[in-house]
Design a protein around this ligand. Sequence first.
Ligand code: ADP
Ligand code: MG
Length: 258
Amino acid sequence: MVAPVILSGRSLTMRFGGLVAMAEVDFDLRRGEILGIIGPNGAGKSTLLNIITGLYVPSSGEVRLEGERLNGVPPHRIVGRGIARTFQSSRLFSDLSVIDNVVIGRHSKTRSGVIDAIFRRSRADREMAASVSIAEELLKAVSRDLFEQRHRLAGELPQADRRRLEIARALASEPKVLLLDEPSSGMDDADTDALMDDIRALCAARPDLSLMIIEHDMRLVAALPHRVMVLDYGQKLADGPFEEVRLIPRVQEAYLGR
Ligand code: ADP
Ligand code: MG
């Protein structure tokens, strides 16, 4: 049985002045699926995640989550509806502890301001305490090693742990869909292998979670995604299993040409 589509995009176009960063792109993401997104620099990969998460409003086209239109919904509401992401460059709060960074990720799930609570330690103490224990459980599940380092400042962590923490923070909002923008960037092969193991474990623990992963590391792209979508100059070149997509001449040109 094929799982239902949870997230879809239709005819997505994004113009920045005269530049067309995305042209008429369609995609579907099914429940429990890992969709890889590959393509040269400037192909529009991050733009696609920015459209899905409401940071960019597409010039035309639409995004739907479980059939409901997301166009015009502000980013924090989109998190609340179940889409979480990481960014290509780290957006951790370096001066906050590991655990507080995860607690901030729970922001969309708590009624009173977790961010207020962290910075002022006044209101919402009960919610805060609940968020901390949930955040600790989550950290433990993502990485025992990160959990042990929970009181360190995020800024003191090695790069690979910072990237792992970003994933933990995104998961704290209890998403249905998790979007990762180049999660292995800045990692060596050993760290990338560990990241792949983490993602496999996560998907095994949460079979309903759907992932989109933008990636440059072809080892990861070959191993993790069920399906790969190739973007080039804002257009969709191909969509299918990696073993098939990598053989398409235009895909090879897009990579070898730069
Ligand atoms: P990728 O993530 O595939 O490397 P991006 O999606 O970041 O590519 O960018 C695609 C194109 O859109 C690039 O030419 C980039 O310069 C342009 N672009 C992205 N965001 C903006 C923006 N906010 N303003 C202007 N141009 C942008
Ligand atoms: Mg990018």
